[in-house]
Design a protein around this ligand. Sequence first.
Ligand SMILES: [Zn+2]
Length: 274
Amino acid sequence: MYIVRSVLLTLVFAASQAWSEGPRLYVFDCGLIRNDDITAYGLKNTDTDVRELFVPCYLIEHGEQRLLWDGGLPLSFVGQSDVEVGEGVYVSYEVSLLDQLDAMGLAPDDIDYVAFSHFHFDHVGAGNAFVNSHLLIQKTEHEAAFEHAEENPIFDPSVYDQLADAETTLLNGDHDVFGDGSVVIISAPGHTPGHQVLYLELANTGRIVLSGDLYHFEKSRELGAVPDFNTNAEQTRQSFARVDHLLEETGATLWIEHSKALADSLNKAPAFYD
Ligand SMILES: [Zn+2]
């Protein structure tokens, strides 16, 4: 009896060790963008039938610490559908990111770090809720978002301006968030001055790169399409090459964050990828 019990305890211990080995990735539905016309994305309307862009938020749990990656549409859209935000551009947002976190027993103050692929309104929409988290941001993006946002209409400071007071690390390139290589911010500028993507090493799922807006559509990647509203086209192409190289070197899979086809195939939180 004693032996059986100690063997069981050993197994439970081994299982919990394996359980806590690598990061966990949670995917949240933080809205939808529908476009009548996709030519602004550097595509022809005949290149693809896709008109809907999924808007994700992600939570990465690493041991006792948590990183939020991308903050979805502005919370003011929660509960609304097909709100026209620009000519032929409509947004919908069902359940607030904050309510989705709450359903997992998490409050914004439980999030240690926040990082956003960039500061466009559909990626930092819950930004002001995370003033007590530690912001990881490229120096160039910080300048664009907090010093001259008016030069870029897709930045909406009203949803993130309080982050100016957050504890902040200004990055000048790549950044290993937890120091073990499993969650690494990769600088990929061009869409905005300090656009970045996120490299993840998950024990069972494998290696993933969360694209930010390096590409919006699957077709964008195939065609190397550069949106008209990117801040620097040449820099964007260099970032395409840089991330391609990373994918080749690591064998990682690129998750195009706005791909609705991909999002439809993924398990949403509280399910997770580890
Ligand atoms: Zn976007």
